[in-house]
Design a protein around this ligand. Structure first.
Ligand code: DCT
Ligand code: MG
Length: 497
């Protein structure tokens, strides 16, 4: 169990606790009534924490009565705590949150009762003990799970991703999505799956996914996945789509033409490469190589300097995989805007001019804004948002990267090309754009699906629309959006679904 002492233990015996409702301290949270369990906590610490909570406007009850809503304990043995709670037998026990001290600590830090999350709960481990406060089952929605970059089931999720990609290449949408969802569920688990029985209560795992898991558990690999990996069509489409500007459709076209390698493509005079694909081939080595966190930091400095030289009131935020705490990414994503509404329109063209003058702009695809609030919410379910954006390739010098460039051994150029995306929403759309661009893709998909299916709302990178109330819901932070959706806030580093 997770314990966070919030203050040094008070050694002195303090005055006995006073009546439940604080006398001098103003009550701010009428609906929340705490009870601090003295067992293990000790009397003096309990008294100290009681006074702390009351000073922050919380009601702390002295007796475990039916009025209590939140029971807080420092007991590390859940079974012994639950035995005592049941013996104390308040009638309302099934409706009380039984929480460890982390909930209390978080609430004191925030100065308000924070939403109860699964990690705060002390589950009833006694036989037959399944109160509403027991550990919540894994949700079918990625936006109700916490998924860090630590993946305990990588062998299985890698296999699922190969299968999903193969279905994608064959344009078979259902199983593709099913394998992506299943992979996402397994990524969220704080434990490694080591038997099929362990997956019984997990959502999004169908017969096919379970058969693959079973085979991997028994043989260390799945025949179906091995077959795909050695399939010529899969290998070729994978190779072609690794080029910047080449999607599955183009890759398929080249494959059908009998092309199998880059030299085949480049030697074929009937193949017309667009500017993006030409650049993709030109910088293939660099762009297909992962970008490191240190390189992302160096790029942030470059963009930050450019943006602030142009607009002192500019706002710059790192988004995408690096915001989620990933060590490596395929590109670096930023949101840039200005606090003054409308001023953001000239921002990207000016940044582009500045980067050009600095001689570091190797490629630029600028797309002006087509955003029009009056057209919302009709833009739904489109892949891309309507904000101004640019897809860039920048030249990054080794001297600008603190830990040095992430380049191949023997590469002595002293620089590398890196993909950078900048998106520029108006400031009143900032929270939606930040949430939408932070990813992961699966997290975004499930946020939208959750909004639609569970809340009858439409969410995209521009806005949140409540179909029942027929109104847009305003948000200045991501937390506002989660709150509108009735979701616990998930930190960016927990969105690696
Ligand atoms: N995004 C999305 N749907 C897409 C493409 C992107 O929701 N079809 C969002 C989620 C992630 C964000 O935009 C940035 O996209 P990428 O850079 O492709 O993803 P990433 O998570 O940053 O991954 P990487 O580390 O590989 O760049
Ligand atoms: Mg990215």
């Amino acid at each position: 169990m997770y314990h966070t002492p919030i203050a040094p233990r008070v050694r002195k015996r303090s005055r006995p606790t006073e009546a439940g409702v604080p006398r001098r301290d103003e009550v701010k949270f009428e609906d929340v009534r705490l009870y601090l369990v003295e067992r293990k906590m000790g009397r003096s610490r309990r008294s100290f924490l009681t006074q702390l909570a009351r000073s922050k406007g919380f009601i702390v009850e002295d007796i475990l009565s039916d009025a209590v809503t939140h029971v807080v304990s420092e007991e590390s043995q859940a079974s012994s705590l639950w035995k005592w709670l049941k013996e104390s037998a308040p009638k309302n026990l099934p409706n009380m949150h039984v929480l460890d001290i982390s909930w209390f600590t978080d609430s004191m830090k925030e100065g308000r009762p924070v939403a109860v999350e699964t990690r705060h709960l002390i589950p009833d481990s006694l036989p037959g003990g399944s109160t509403p406060t027991a550990v919540a089952p894994v949700s079918q929605y990625a936006c109700q799970r916490r998924t860090t970059t630590e993946n305990n089931n990588k062998i299985i999720t890698d296999a699922f991703e190969v299968l999903a990609e193969s279905y994608e290449f064959n344009e078979i949408e259902g199983p593709c999505l099913a394998f992506r969802r299943a992979a996402s569920v397994l990524k969220s688990l704080p434990w490694a799956v080591c038997s099929l029985e362990a997956t019984l209560d997990l959502p999004c795992l169908g017969e096919h996914t379970k058969a693959v898991i079973d085979e991997i558990l028994q043989c260390g690999r799945a025949f179906e996945v091995e077959k795909i990996l050695s399939d010529e069509r899969y290998q070729t489409l994978k190779l072609f789509t690794s080029v910047f500007g080449v999607g599955p459709k183009t890759a398929e076209k080249w494959y059908r033409r009998g092309l199998r390698s880059f030299s085949d493509v480049l030697a074929d005079h009937s193949v017309q490469l667009n500017r993006m694909q030409q650049t993709g081939f030109l910088h293939y080595g660099d762009i297909s190589r992962a970008v490191s966190k240190a390189e992302a930091r160096a790029l942030r400095n470059i963009i930050d300097e450019a943006v602030h030289a142009i607009a002192p009131d500019a706002v710059l935020a790192l988004t995408g995989g690096f915001r989620r705490g990933k060590e490596f990414g395929h590109d670096v994503d930023f949101i840039v805007t200005t606090t003054e509404l409308g001023k953001e329109e000239s921002l990207l063209p000016r940044i582009i001019r500045r980067l050009t003058k600095q001689g570091i702009l190797l490629y630029c695809d600028y797309q002006a804004s087509t955003f029009d609030m009056s057209k919302l919410p009709s833009y739904r379910f489109e892949a891309m948002d309507h904000f101004a954006k640019c897809f860039l390739i920048l030249r990054l010098e080794g001297s600008q990267v603190e830990e040095g460039l992430h380049i191949a051994e023997g590469d002595s150029r002293g620089w590398r090309a890196v993909r950078v995306d900048l998106v520029s929403p108006p400031m009143d759309r900032y929270a939606f754009a930040l949430l939408g661009w932070s990813g992961s893709r699966q997290f975004e998909r499930d946020l939208r699906r959750f909004a639609r299916v569970e809340r009858h709302m439409l969410l995209d990178n521009h806005a949140l629309y409540d179909k029942t109330k027929k109104e847009f819901l305003a948000a200045t932070t991501e937390k506002d959006i989660f709150a509108h959706l009735g979701l616990e806030y998930i930190e960016p580093w927990q969105r690696n679904a």
